[in-house]
Design a protein around this ligand. Structure first.
Ligand SMILES: C[S@@+](CC[C@H](N)C(=O)[O-])C[C@H]1O[C@@H](n2cnc3c(N)ncnc32)[C@H](O)[C@@H]1O
Length: 241
């Protein structure tokens, strides 16, 4: 990991972020969180710190792009990559999906698991980095990565992992904020190319995939730390074989 990557978090707005709203974390929760291999401990520590405040970091509402892009899909097995406090995962489970939700932050997962317990919703919470999770290939009808903070690597390991776990006929949904300029990113201590973008994934899709959505669209988030983000980059692709 580059020196400047250890202490900075460019992603201040996942799901309709609203750091001021929401319940306190249940610091004693986590019994139902399956132990996997967390990503690098530095990444985990940074995100745990980010989630360490008394209030929920995000709004607790599922992402609008998830609702829009799954409207025509029949529920099956879904992987939520970088699920954070679990709003998307819980919503998917309530729609009948069989959900595996992974995140490198144990603090976030403990909040997610506690909320699932409160709502009586069943999700397999997995404490792991994406690449380290050793997920079975082709095992999810939907893989959703909403504002993931995945580092790019030589060999595009994270991008290939996202693609590899999609079942034949399944859907890969990658959503992110538009990349900042180099100078904007530099202010926050990173480079725009440090993190996996929808375009990085799209560039690797071959003729075994059909790109169904590849666009930038407006987003409207009224409150919270994410409200300054005005657009989403949305990639939705279906695996043919
Ligand atoms: C910007 S937040 C988005 C959270 C959620 N998807 C949402 O939309 O609210 C990025 C999430 O990715 C997680 N994360 C960072 N690196 C990861 C990795 N290598 N594998 C899995 N999760 C990771 C962080 O802990 C954080 O919860």
């Amino acid at each position: 990991m580059a020196e400047h990557e250890t202490a900075t978090l460019p992603f201040d707005a996942g799901a309709d972020a609203d750091a001021g709203a929401g319940a306190a974390a249940d610091a004693g929760a986590g019994v139902g969180v399956e132990a996997g291999a967390a990503g690098s401990s530095a990444v985990e520590a940074v995100w745990d710190q980010r989630y360490s405040g008394p209030d929920r970091l995000w709004s607790g509402q599922p992402n609008g792009t998830l609702l829009a892009e799954t409207a025509g899909l029949a529920p099956g097995r879904v992987l939520d990559v970088g699920c954070g406090e679990g709003a998307d995962a819980l919503w998917l489970a309530e729609q009948g999906w069989q959900v595996t939700a992974l995140d490198v932050s144990r603090v976030a997962l403990e909040r997610a698991e506690a909320e699932g317990r409160r709502r009586g919703v069943d999700v397999a919470w997995l404490h792991s980095g994406l690449v380290e999770a050793a997920l079975a290939p082709r095992s999810f009808e939907l893989v959703s990565a909403q504002y993931p903070a995945l580092f790019r690597t030589p060999g595009n390991v994270a991008e290939h992992t996202l693609m590899d776990v999609v079942a034949p006929g399944g859907t890969l949904l990658v959503v992110h904020h538009p990349a900042p300029t180099v100078s904007e990113a530099k202010v926050h201590g990173f480079h725009p190319d440090d993190y996996v973008s929808p375009a990085n994934v799209a560039a690797l899709l071959d003729d075994k995939w059909v790109v169904e959505v590849d666009e930038v669209r407006p987003r409207h988030v009224a409150t919270g730390a994410g409200s300054h983000h005005t657009h989403d980059v949305v990639l939705r692709a279906r695996r043919l074989a």
